[in-house]
Design a protein around this ligand. Structure first.
Ligand code: SIN
Length: 282
């Protein structure tokens, strides 16, 4: 199978044109898609007709799948598919309306963090609901010297379910879900296990402190670090269409969802997410 690669921005991201992901890719094509993922960090496949099982099968080519701690937000019959959705039934959200209120990397609060995430657009609003992606290799390579010195060799403390977002509809985890996701520590600067490149791994949604550092100093450094990582020149913002599949590398990318219309009950944004397990960052 052949496909074209169209870069989406100077920072990261590429559209792969000409592939139908509802049928299995041959090994040679799969290897090229894998290479494109490592090179561009975020892949976009437009106009896909992707039943949940086909999304699961494609995701599993990259590794075993994670089951999200919010086990009450998964698609019936497909526990590996998390619904990122503003739809309601009997007044309650059927999925997570807001899985990404702040810049973050998926499963960064676990011992083994996520390799990648696939998000498939099932119902998309006319306006709003974009997903932003930021290239953390670029963030690392441009770190001011003092900040790099402050975080190099340090570990961060990562926690699930934290949110500092000004407005958030994030569903808190219940006690049992929290117990399944104790805090983890990871290097703030990590090395990509496949490319060997370094990146900033801390994020404002999950990283609450720098291990072994005085609290005020840790807060100040993390705040400077998060401001640096959010610089617009590192980012690409994806405008969704129905049938888009995005696939990002959580080892090199932070992402964030636009929440600006979440309090409008007529605003429907419904996506299927699969998350591929990775390894413990080093
Ligand atoms: C997520 O962070 O997994 C979801 C991102 C989005 O809703 O755009």
């Amino acid at each position: 199978m052949t496909f074209d690669i169209r870069p989406l921005s100077d920072a990261l991201g590429a559209e792969l044109i000409g592939l139908d992901l509802s049928v299995p890719l041959d090994d040679d094509t799969f290897a090229k898609v894998h290479r494109a993922h490592l090179d561009h960090h975020v892949l976009v496949f437009r106009d896909q007709k992707l039943p949940p099982q086909a999304q699961i099968d494609f995701s599993k080519r990259f590794g075993p799948l994670d089951q999200h701690p919010a086990d009450d937000a998964v698609l019936d019959g497909f526990p590996e598919v998390l619904m990122v959705s503003t739809k309601r039934e009997n007044g309650n959200f059927i999925g997570l309306p807001d899985a990404g209120p702040m810049w973050h990397s998926d499963l960064a609060y676990k011992e083994r963090t996520a390799l990648g995430t696939m998000l498939y657009g099932v119902e998309i609003p006319e306006d709003g609901g974009d997903t932003g992606f930021a290239n953390m290799h670029k963030a690392y390579e441009t770190l001011p010297a003092a900040l790099r010195e402050a975080v190099d060799g340090k570990r961060g403390l990562f926690l699930a379910g934290r949110t500092n977002a000004k407005r958030s509809f994030k569903r808190p985890l219940n006690q049992e879900q929290k117990e399944k996701t104790p805090p983890a520590t990871h290097p703030i600067i990590r090395t990509h296990p496949e490319t060997g490149r370094k990146s900033v791994f801390a994020n404002p949604q999950h990283t609450i402190a720098i291990e072994g550092m005085d609290e005020a100093e840790s807060d100040r450094i993390l705040s400077d670090l998060f401001a640096h990582c959010a610089r617009p020149e590192f980012a690409y913002h994806h405008k969704w269409r129905v049938g888009d599949l995005t696939f990002w590398d959580n080892r090199s990318v932070l992402h964030i969802a636009d929440l600006s219309r979440l309090d409008d009950p007529s605003y429907i944004r419904h996506l299927h997410r699969t998350t591929i397990e990775g390894d413990a960052p080093f």
